[in-house]
Design a protein around this ligand. Structure first.
Ligand code: NDP
Ligand code: MG
Length: 380
């Protein structure tokens, strides 16, 4: 019997994780957390009966407590609530499905408590990868990727000697604006950016896919997860999103993982690793697919991808600036305060103004995040 905690249970990854729980009768839920979606969290608590649950919003947490008077569930709120959920005694795995750097402290708490991590929250690895990966080693916990590309890499590497890994081929759909020019992107709207061709995801990651900042975050995520150099990671635009990523070995043999786009596969694989369980999903029909195509990313139109490599090369606190500036800029874009190309411009400008802190501590990372927000606030 497996017992899990889910941070961000009301989101796209969170709800799909609960779908996986629904179809496997040997996994139970110890804790659930959400930001403010009280209605959905209440429903989830009634269905999955966790020991505790938390909302970020204190007032909503109080209301939730009242609504759940008839149930034996502890309700908490804020960061304290998330930390408690992340490290709850009875769970053996924490699924990190919150969006953004808010996931850093709970992920650290979960590792300290000896929980394996099913990691969707890539912003945590991008900003604190050096801390998370070395802690995971020290506490002997597994970091199992949920991101579809990283799961594909992980699945392709399975059983192979890591020393023979030559390259990672990280695939990207190219997002809704693939093939467009930088000039075209000046006019795109929030609605245009939220139309992803192949995946239905949370709003932030959908915008990140449109800017290709998501692929930049994933390059840094892959660097930490698989302990490779940046020049061993090649981004390949593959609009059909059928090859979820691939690895090339020393003998130039390439192993890839393919399938129809369905996040429940990488989620289920992380939950039950190394077992492969049946999944009720659409099988890939190669005849219907017919062709797969590949192209190089366009670095002029999608400046964010190049900025990610730049941030990763600079190292230290620079990936935090890259990520924090993006988080703030995407929120401003979704609020219609800035245009689409401003997202990459804000990231670039924030990076230019930053003095790198090498080997930043968690405190340095959180201070860098706050300083980046202040800087952006003062200029836009
Ligand atoms: P969503 O926006 O759909 O969900 C985010 C979750 O986090 C929700 O449960 C939300 O609660 C909660 N949350 C938001 N703000 C806070 C806060 N301040 N404090 C506590 N909880 C908060 O995101 P996704 O599921 O799309 O993405 C989650 C993570 O997974 C991201 O890091 C993303 O990059 C990564 N990922 C997602 C993929 C996908 O297919 N969606 C694919 C690969 C990676 P509420 O509902 O109450 O707002
Ligand atoms: Mg991905």
């Amino acid at each position: 019997m497996r017992r899990i905690s889910i941070l961000g249970s009301t989101g796209s990854i969170g709800t799909q994780t609960l779908d996986v729980v629904r179809s496997n009768d040997d996994v139970t839920v110890a804790a659930l957390t959400a930001g403010s979606n009280i209605d959905l969290l209440e429903k989830q608590i009634r269905e999955f009966k966790p020991e505790m649950a938390a909302l970020w919003d204190e007032y909503k947490a109080k209301e939730l407590k009242l609504r759940l008077k008839d149930m034996a569930v502890r309700i908490s709120y804020g960061m304290e609530g998330m930390l408690e959920a992340a490290s709850i005694e009875s769970a053996d795995m924490t699924v990190t499905a919150v969006v953004g750097m808010i996931g850093i402290l709970p992920t650290i708490a979960a590792i300290r408590a000896g929980k394996d991590i099913a990691l969707a929250n890539k912003e945590t690895l991008v900003t604190a990868g050096h801390i998370i990966m070395s802690m995971a080693k020290a506490y002997n916990v597994k970091i199992l990727p949920v991101d579809s590309e990283h799961s594909a890499i992980f699945q392709s590497l399975n059983g192979q000697d890591k020393k023979s890994l030559k390259r990672i081929l990280l695939t990207a759909s190219g997002g809704p604006f693939r093939g467009r020019s930088a000039k075209d992107l000046a006019k795109v709207t929030v609605e245009d950016a939220l139309k992803h061709p192949n995946w239905v995801m949370g709003r932030k990651i959908t915008v990140d896919s449109a800017t290709m900042v998501n692929k930049g975050l994933e390059v840094i995520e892959a660097k930490w997860l698989f302990d490779v150099d940046l020049d061993q990671i090649q981004v390949v635009v593959h609009p059909q999103s059928v090859i979820h990523s691939a690895v090339e070995f020393a003998d130039r043999g390439i192993i890839a993982q393919l399938g129809t786009p369905d996040m429940r596969l990488p989620i289920q694989y992380a939950l039950f690793y190394p077992e492969r369980r049946p999944l009720n999903t659409e099988p890939l029909d190669l005849f219907e697919l017919g062709t797969m195509t590949f192209e190089a990313p366009d670095p002029v139109t999608f400046k964010g991808l190049g900025l990610a490599y730049k941030a990763a090369k600079a190292g230290g606190s620079m990936p935090t600036v890259f990520n924090a500036a993006n988080e703030r800029a995407v929120a401003m874009f979704l609020d219609r305060k800035i245009g689409f190309p401003d997202i990459a411009n804000i990231i670039e400008f924030s990076m230019q103004m930053h003095q790198v802190i090498p080997e930043p501590s968690v405190e340095d990372i959180l201070n860098t995040e706050a300083a980046t927000y202040d800087f952006i606030e003062s200029r836009w």
